[in-house]
Design a protein around this ligand. Structure first.
Ligand code: ZN
Length: 171
């Protein structure tokens, strides 16, 4: 099932999501499958559950955008263990369509998370994967990438979105 993507302005995106405590249930496995399907349909490389209106600490990432099944990652209750270096790259978000801004993030990031069976694992990513780890973990903490850009740029984006909302073009 493909879920519609929740857009900026919906409070679910700015609240910390709840820890997952039950694993390997048909419901959780189905949700994870649906999240991958929804992410591919939206042409994203990462998707957090709040982006489909579900406030639980679950994210999926595939930096190959569906080309390589080995790149599929399920992050449940993820935590950032280690960060190093910096990279500044233009970043976007499926929940803030039509906007992109340069965001400075760490270049190499190690996370600890659980898979859908509840097994803990650690993984280190560089460049795009490091960025996805931080972007998606931020989502689960109720934080959007625009909180990492300058207040001036952030206000400009907010003003443009407010205009789109008034025009009925942002739902
Ligand atoms: Zn996002």
């Amino acid at each position: 099932m493909i879920y519609p993507i929740v857009k900026y302005g919906n409070p679910v995106l700015e609240h910390p999501a709840e820890t997952v405590t039950e694993f390997d249930t048909p419901e959780l496995n189905k949700l994870v499958d649906d999240m991958f399907e929804s992410m591919y349909a939206a042409r994203g490389v990462g998707l957090a559950a709040p982006q489909i209106g579900i406030g639980r600490r679950i994210a999926v990432i595939d930096t190959s955008a569906g080309e390589d099944p080995a790149q599929k990652l399920v992050l449940i209750n993820p935590e950032v263990l280690h960060k190093e270096g910096t990279q500044t790259i233009e970043e976007g978000c499926l929940s803030i369509p039509g906007f992109r801004e340069d965001v400075r993030r760490s270049k190499k990031v190690t996370i600890r998370a659980q898979n859908a069976k509840g097994e803990f694992y650690e993984k280190t990513g560089e460049d795009l994967l490091a960025r996805a780890f931080l972007h998606e973990t931020d989502h689960l903490n109720g934080r959007l990438y625009i909180t990492h850009v300058s207040p001036l740029k952030r206000d400009l984006i907010r003003r443009k979105i407010r205009k789109l909302q008034k025009a009925g073009e942002w739902a």
